[in-house]
Design a protein around this ligand. Sequence first.
Ligand code: GLN
Length: 489
Amino acid sequence: MSAAPLHARTLAELAAGLAAREFSSVELTRHLLARLETAQPQLNAMVSITAETALAAAAQADGAIAAGKAGPLTGLPIVHKDIFCTQGVRTTCGSRMLENFVSPYDATVVAKLKAAGTVMLGKSNMDEFAMGSSNETSHFGPVRNPWDTTLVPGGSSGGSAAAVCARLVPAATATDTGGSIRQPAALTGTTGLKPTYGRVSRYGMIAFASSLDQAGVLAASAEDCALLLTAMAGFDPRDSTSVDVPVPDYAAALGASAKGLRIGVVKEFFDTGLDADNERQLRAALAVYASLGATIEEVSLPNVGLSVPTYYVVAPAECSSNLARFDGVRFGHRCEKPKDLLDLYQRSRGEGFGAEVKRRIMTGTYVLSAGYYDAYYLKAQRVRQLISADFARAFERVDVLMGPTTPTPAFALGAKTADPVTMYLNDIYTIGANLAGLPALSVPCGFVRDLPVGLQIVGPHFSEAKLLAAAHALQRETDWHRQIPRLWL
Ligand code: GLN
C-alpha cells in the first residue's frame, strides 16, 4: 500500500489502490475535484469542471470494480483537452468562436477512454484552436505554470500539462501539431507523448492542421502514458488517415532494456539557441543511458533547421481551410443583427477569433493564393519531404534520436507575446517530428534554475513502445518525474 496522498500517486499506483479497495473511485474523484476547484483561480488550467457527471461516472466505476468487471483504467480520473468533442459538455477549443458549442457526439479518443472506465473531471484550457506555445492565446485567459505562476506552462496543451504538474489529475489527453504535447511537458516537468501520425483517431478532435495534428497524452510517468495510449490508439474507420496496424500492450512493453539501444544525438539541436544549463542536464541524461549500456553517436539532420519556416507555411495553409467552417451559420459565434450575409460572415469571424488565429488564417490564405502557391506552399511541401528523408536516413543507423525538447525552461507570461516569430522559435526542436509524422516524447531530465527541462526522444513510425520503454528506463534511474511543485504537494 502506498503512503503517498492520493493526488501524488501515478495512474498505475491509483489502479492498484482501487483494486485493493484502499479507496473508492468516488473518494478519489471528490479529492481531485476539490483540488481542481481550489487551483482554478491560481492556475486557470480548466475551461470546464464537470463535477456532477464525474461523480456519476465514478460511482459506475465503483460498481464495475465491485462486480469484478474492472479493466486497467476503470475508475481513474482524467481530463480532456478542450479540443476533443464531448457529448453534452461544451467544447470551446479555447475560443470565443465556440464558447457555447456543445457537441452532439464524443470524439473517438473520449469514447474509447470512457469505454475503458476512466472518469472525466473536466476540459482543460488551451491556446485558441491549439495555436500557441505558451497558452496565452486562450479566450479564457492564460494558464499559469505551477512551478512559478508568473511563468507560462507552455502550449497549446498548457491546461493539461499544468493540471498534471500540480497533481490536480493524474493524467490528461492533449494534442500536438508542432509540439503542443512535448513543449508543455518539458516546461512543467511532466511526461508527454505525441504518437505517430495516424496512430490515434482524429475523429471529433477539432482540426487545426490536419496533416500534422495528432492526439496523445500527458502524465506523470512513461508508464502512465503507456496505460492511456493502449486504450486510445487504434484504427478508426471514421478517420481516413487513421492507420490499421495492431495496438500493442504498451505497458507490457516497458520492460525492454536500454542495453544495446542505439541512440543518435541530433547535432543540429545542440545549437547556439540552446540554454547551456539545459544542455548540461541533457548530457547527464545521455550519460545515464550510456551507463545502462546504450550506444551514443552524433547524427545529423541537415534540413531540420528549416522546420519552423516550413511549418509556418503548411500549418496556416491547412488552418485557413479548416477554420472556414466557423462562419456563424452552421458553427460558431454569430454576431448580433447582421445587415446581410457578408456582414454576418465578417463580424461573426471578426468577433469570434482572436489575434493569433486571424494571423494564421491570413498567412494561410496568402500562401495558398494563386501566384504564391508555388513559391510558398509547394516549396514548403518539398522541404517537408527533405526533412522526412533526413529522419529516415538517421533511423537506418540508430533506434531513436535524442535531444532537447525546448531551448530554455519556462519563460515569463507576456515575454514573447509581442513578437510572434520569437514565440514560434520555441518549437524549433519539436516541429520536425510532426512534419515527418514520427512519434516523439518529452521526459523530464532535470532542473535549470529551479525549473524543469525535458529530454526529447524521437523514433521511427509506430515505435511508441520503444520510446516509452526508453523513457521508462530513465525514470527507473532518476526521480525528476516525481518532483511536484512545493505549493501542490
Ligand atoms: N506552437 C505551435 C503553434 O503555435 C504548435 C502548436 C500545436 O502543436 N498545436 O502552431
